[in-house]
Design a protein around this ligand. Structure first.
Ligand code: NAD
Length: 316
């Protein structure tokens, strides 16, 4: 943390960025919020719109459209900027274009003297976080991707519905890529401190293991369904980013499934991937290593391999 006021610079004022900004305003998460977008007019309009809600907010907040030099004393630079996939474009082409977008962002941010924490939401988020780390030269502890934070929230919601229990009492994580190769290590899923698999086995067929596979699938395909229905997903990720920001400013040492750089945890090095992390005002304090079954370990390693291959195909 560089200052005593809580300052966030948001780069990319599209649906995701503004859902984050709106959630922060409603929850009083920061004191100063700077909006940057390649479309300067849009950033100015968004700042005006948010400022007109201030009279109804619980806290005062300074909100304005700014420039990269405003990053110099920011605590968090959050990146939601990105380009959309063009028809017929491959995933790698999109990745290549988003990497170029990130180069045009990370250089001026670091040149400003920024010394805080990068929070990346742009997809593919695990790779974009790794790119941010490499382009900025920052300590990986201070470069965080939103990872599977949203997927884990979706999972806990689905489990709460299935077991008819408050989702806050469902403890389970989505691990791996924020994308198709993500998975749920069911050996680690609990209702309070009772393993979910035990509940299934003891329930006389009320709860079934195959239903859990259905829940994994529901979580994995949730984004596709929402995009099909309303073109984009943004409220959930905006709230996930707000939760991460709150954990940083509050020095909470909270556990969230974020995209963090592995340094040998789970037998993997250098890859950014969604894992449970302890997070505080210095960034990622620790990556938690769960005791996975051999099958779960294989899924995790395979997901990391997919991410590593995509990253290495890029020409940075
Ligand atoms: P959007 O198109 O609404 O917004 C993108 C914004 O980025 C636009 O305002 C655009 O002008 C801006 N931008 C583009 N290039 C820029 C540059 N060089 N500098 C500054 N700003 C630039 O898109 P969205 O719906 O807000 O989604 C943003 C990203 O978030 C996408 O990559 C999306 O896939 C991702 N996303 C991530 C998650 C997650 O869980 N991590 C969830 C949902 C969406």
């Amino acid at each position: 943390m560089t200052t005593d006021k809580r300052k966030v610079v948001l780069i990319g004022c599209g649906m995701v960025g503004m859902s984050y900004a709106y959630a922060m305003l409603n929850q009083g998460i920061c004191d100063e919020l700077v909006l940057i977008d390649v479309d300067e007019k849009r950033a100015k309009g968004e700042a005006m719109d948010l400022n007109h809600g201030l009279a109804f907010a619980g806290n005062n907040m300074k909100i304005y459209a700014g420039e990269y030099k405003d990053c110099s004393d920011a605590d968090i630079v959050a990146i939601c900027a990105g380009v959309a996939q063009k028809p017929g474009e491959t995933r790698l082409d999109l990745l290549q274009r988003n990497a170029a977008v990130f180069r045009s962002i990370i250089d001026p941010v670091t040149e400003s003297g920024f010394n805080g924490i990068f929070l990346v939401a742009t997809n593919p988020v695990d790779i974009m976080a790794r790119i941010t780390c490499s382009l900025s030269g920052f300590n990986p502890r201070r470069v965080i991707g939103t990872g599977t934070a949203l997927d884990t929230a979706r999972l806990r919601y689905c489990l709460g519905e299935y077991f008819n229990v408050d989702s806050r009492n469902m403890h389970a994580y989505v691990l791996g890529e924020h994308g198709d190769s993500e998975f749920v290590p069911w050996s680690q899923a609990m209702l309070a401190t009772k393993p979910v698999l035990e509940l299934c086995d003891e329930s006389n067929n009320k709860y079934k293991r195959e239903d859990l596979d259905g829940i994994t699938e529901e979580v994995r395909t949730a984004a596709y369904k929402i995009i099909d229905a309303k073109r984009a997903t943004y409220y959930g990720i905006g709230m996930a980013m707000t939760r991460i920001t709150k954990a940083i400013f509050g020095n909470e040492n909270s556990v969230l499934t974020l995209s963090a750089k592995l340094r040998g945890e789970y037998g993997v090095k250098d890859v950014y991937v969604g894992v449970p992390c302890i997070i505080n005002r210095n960034g990622i304090q620790k990556v938690l290593e769960l005791k996975l079954t051999d099958e779960e370990k294989d899924k995790f390693v395979q997901s990391c391999r997919t991410l590593d291959e995509s990253y290495k195909e890029l020409q940075l």
